[in-house]
Design a binder for this molecule. Sequence first.
Ligand SMILES: NC(=O)C1=CN([C@@H]2O[C@H](COP(=O)(O)OP(=O)(O)OC[C@H]3O[C@@H](n4cnc5c(N)ncnc54)[C@H](OP(=O)(O)O)[C@@H]3O)[C@@H](O)[C@H]2O)C=CC1
Ligand SMILES: O=C(O)C1=N[C@H](C(=O)O)C[C@H](O)C1
Length: 256
Amino acid sequence: MTKVIIAGYAGKMGQNTVKMVQDHNGFELVAVYGQPGQVSKIELGSKIQIFDDLNQINVDADVWIDFTVPTMVFENTKFAIEHNYSPVVGTTGLKDDQIKELQTMAAAKKLGGLIAPNFGISAVLLMQFAQQAAKYMPDVEIIEMHHDQKLDAPSGTALNTAKLISQVRPSHHQGNPDEKETIAGVRGGEYDGIPIHAVRLPGLIAHEQVMFGATGEGLTIRQDSFDRISFMSGVAVAVEKITNENELFVGLENIL
Ligand SMILES: NC(=O)C1=CN([C@@H]2O[C@H](COP(=O)(O)OP(=O)(O)OC[C@H]3O[C@@H](n4cnc5c(N)ncnc54)[C@H](OP(=O)(O)O)[C@@H]3O)[C@@H](O)[C@H]2O)C=CC1
Ligand SMILES: O=C(O)C1=N[C@H](C(=O)O)C[C@H](O)C1
């Protein structure tokens, strides 16, 4: 039985994760962590310990699942590694230097862990296809579309897509060198010359479109997460496999 702690249990992803862990034959939910006074719509059961202070958590567990907020994820993941809980992190917002620090900590303890910008297989495939396409079609723009409660922009998935693309294409400015924005920001933000556009609307969940253009042709790759349940099989696979690893990976594809 893999013993699990869920951080951010009362949030949108947290509630789906509580249910997935409780329904899985090989997992036992031992504790949850969230803000003071939080109530989950999902029945927790009397055996599960509820914490609202990180420093009070001292339970026997194997895996720490994190779906909290970008401002807390570094501190939480550090705490998990320090306490020998294998981190399975979906929360976005970790900076490159923070990831390196966490990887060094995990490696020193030979502790397995995963930071996944996206647990959905459609998004994992989109990122891989986009990286492949960028070798041959280096002019590209990313449009990510999310629900209007999202705190961070661009999405972790869009940023990771841009990072993967920038590994395979020469960095260059796209569009007309004399181009002028008459409305600030209208051409989007840029990662290494790749424009990223973030749409926030009620009704959306999580969607991404990567558009490539070349002389006389174009290619559009798109994925849609219509329901947060779609992330759960990726989270389950990560929890199943991560305690057999001895390093902190970035990207679900590394453990599939
Ligand atoms: N990798 C992936 O596949 C996916 C990643 N995500 C990412 O997961 C994260 C959570 O998303 P989502 O569930 O939609 O967001 P929510 O806002 O619904 O949930 C976040 C939860 O964390 C709680 N929280 C806030 N501060 C703290 C804290 N200091 N300690 C513990 N808990 C805290 C929030 O409480 P309160 O509401 O009271 O502030 C809330 O319950 C985001 O970064 C999102 O981008 C989302 C979907 C898929
Ligand atoms: O906040 C969300 O909802 C999501 N966050 C992740 C991201 O920022 O990429 C994953 C998915 O897009 C849903």
